[in-house]
Ligand binder design. Structure first.
Ligand SMILES: O=C1C[C@@](O)(C(=O)O)C[C@@H](O)[C@@H]1O
Length: 233
């Protein structure tokens, strides 16, 4: 089953698939951060949880832990698994940024995802700041065009920057782009709860706040409660 890009999904973000039972109560899916796992291939082969998986294998140059070697090959194998519903590929990768030695190239990875009915999340991360509005618009439009969902995670240093991201989310949704947004960092924390009100399709949270995969994340139970509460108003 692909992840439905037309509705909001809350992902429990983890490098350890053994956390899935603890995530079931609150999450719609598990973001398996393959780059944070010791043996991601074995973990996927042994996965028998209920929640569908969004697989991510983040390179160093976009805030992850994976050495570039065979990074795309691991994702291409992952999308063949029945439990995998979505795959995250950086927009820069899709645009051809060299990513190390791989047998498959980005277009083949996308083709394999498509052949397996796996939703493609095209992602962009800015770990320093929140770009100007025109840049946010351009990044969201490009990411949404490249994937089924275009995801943009920026860093908000002020409430004005957080608001800028929410505004861009609203504009993207209004023009018909399917996007997912969040502002990392303390000043952006509330955007994780609020961005879905403006159309964001994905949220990320660790089961346990101590295991955050990005700055400013709420724990899973808290983000579920906040998102659901705001959605019902
Ligand atoms: O890209 C994202 C979003 C994220 O960076 C966040 O800020 O919640 C967390 C990552 O695990 C995920 O891949």
């Amino acid at each position: 089953m692909p992840l439905d890009p037309d509705s909001f999904s809350l992902c429990a973000s983890t490098g350890d698939l053994a956390e899935e039972p603890a995530a079931r109560e609150h999450a719609d899916c598990v973001e398996f951060r393959m780059d944070l796992a010791d043996d991601p291939g074995a973990a996927l082969d042994g996965y028998d949880g209920d929640l569908p998986l969004l697989v991510t294998n983040r390179p160093h140059w976009e805030g992850g832990e994976t050495a570039p070697y065979a990074r795309l090959d691991a994702l291409a194998t992952a999308v063949e698994h029945a439990a995998v519903a979505a795959v995250d590929v950086e927009l820069a990768t899709l645009r051809g940024r060299p990513t190390g030695t791989n047998d498959v190239d980005p277009s083949e990875l996308v083709a394999r995802a498509r052949a397996n009915g796996v939703t493609l999340v095209a992602s962009v991360h800015d770990f320093d700041a929140t770009p100007a509005p025109a840049t946010l618009d351009a990044l969201l439009a490009a990411a949404a065009a490249a994937g089924d969902v275009g995801k943009l995670a920026v860093t908000a240093r002020t409430s004005a920057e957080a608001l800028r991201l929410l505004s861009a989310t609203q504009r993207a949704t209004a023009r018909g782009d399917r996007v997912a947004t969040m502002a990392m960092g303390e000043a952006g924390r509330h955007t994780r709860a609020v961005a879905p009100v403006y159309g964001s399709r994905l949220g990320y949270a660790p089961v346990d706040a101590a295991d955050a995969t990005a700055p400013g994340q709420y724990d899973l139970a808290t983000l579920r409660r906040l998102v659901d509460d705001l959605a019902s108003r």
